[in-house]
Write a protein that binds this ligand. Sequence first.
Ligand SMILES: Cc1cc2nc3c(=O)[nH]c(=O)nc-3n(C[C@H](O)[C@H](O)[C@H](O)COP(=O)(O)OP(=O)(O)OC[C@H]3O[C@@H](n4cnc5c(N)ncnc54)[C@H](O)[C@@H]3O)c2cc1C
Length: 386
Amino acid sequence: MVETADAIIIGAGIMGASTAYHLARRHFGRIVVLERDTVCSGSTALASGGIRHQYAQRVGIELTKQSIVVFEHFEDEFGVDPSFRQSGYLLLWHTAEELAEVRQIVALQQGLDVDVRLLGPAEVAALCPYLHTADLAAATYSPRDGYADPYLATTAIAARARELGVVIKQQHEVVGFVLDDGRLVRGVQTTLGVFEAPVVVIAAGPWTGQLGKLAGLDIPVFPVRRCKFFTAPFPFDKIPARTPFIIDRHDGFVMRREGEGILLGYNRPDEPSSFDTTPDWSLVPEMVERVVRRVPVLAEAQIMSAYAGLYEMTPDQSGIISAVPGVEGLYVLAGFSGHGFMHGPAAGQLMAEMIADGRAHTVDVAALSLDRFARGEVLFEPMTFM
Ligand SMILES: Cc1cc2nc3c(=O)[nH]c(=O)nc-3n(C[C@H](O)[C@H](O)[C@H](O)COP(=O)(O)OP(=O)(O)OC[C@H]3O[C@@H](n4cnc5c(N)ncnc54)[C@H](O)[C@@H]3O)c2cc1C
């Protein structure tokens, strides 16, 4: 069986859904999304939903500036409330060296009109009285940031794309590429037949490296396990509902409210690449020690459950929004290294611009090209919290 389309998108996570939606808005023709499982069944479904401006590279800040507007007006555009809670992001910095680095980063962010504030320990204590702050050098606080529900958001984008005519084929695994001489894409082979199209976008999250191999390409996106832990319900008078999304990079944990409980993230910085998604319960004693030192009231909390998902890492911890050099019609949108949910709305729009107009123009994303790795011109993003 052979089906034809004007564009094929591999993967129905936030990146694939957003690209399909933006191509459909531009009346690009017949757009088919091929998903081996179901819509939003990969990394997006497991994301913590964090949306923040606090990056060290201009492009990361710009992608959030574009995307946050979409999250703020999401219900108008997609008809669904994505539960976007703008309770801010608070990043804690411990040492004088960290503070010196952060001052420069804050200057860049403020220069791009981001509302980010450098707080001293007393101001942090006033904002979050439950935090131990005496040993902090400073914190950076961006009040417009927050978190939304990745599943609600992505399924709503996919639903609107369908209304605009996009065909989403679930249970269709891509197992090969149809290429002319390796220089021109003609379509893909799936478990259920061939799909022909002059445009193919690889938006397969942590599996993008594997898809690249099927096309004979080295796309440096690799999976790394990330673990999250939920506490049992914890009193709101001790940690309020509107508490910021807190990142303590020094001690290696993240924390935010999740309904009645608290969501904690903690991992090994040297976790090897793998597709393993078994939660690592052996992390708990060390995590609890660090978390309770910073948030003493959490000594009363009980860890109730855990899960693990996959970050889709690149060597420089920045995403790829790119045509594949040397293979006409083939594109990659992947590798956002743990920032892909928040950047999905903008990234899909930019991918659609690249396909339909020949270049992305809303944000300059030349630095996110695939060939930067071969050229050695990497864009290291240190504000990636492993
Ligand atoms: C624990 C955790 C917490 C995170 N927290 C945040 C956060 O707070 N904020 C944030 O912005 N980001 C966060 N992220 C990162 C975010 O989840 C990803 O960057 C983003 O979801 C990537 O979206 P995607 O569409 O590229 O990938 P995915 O959502 O993984 O979608 C890829 C899709 O491709 C499909 N696929 C794979 N292979 C094939 C094939 N051969 N054929 C057909 N389909 C295929 C998969 O089934 C999948 O549905 C987190 C990630 C994890 C794991």
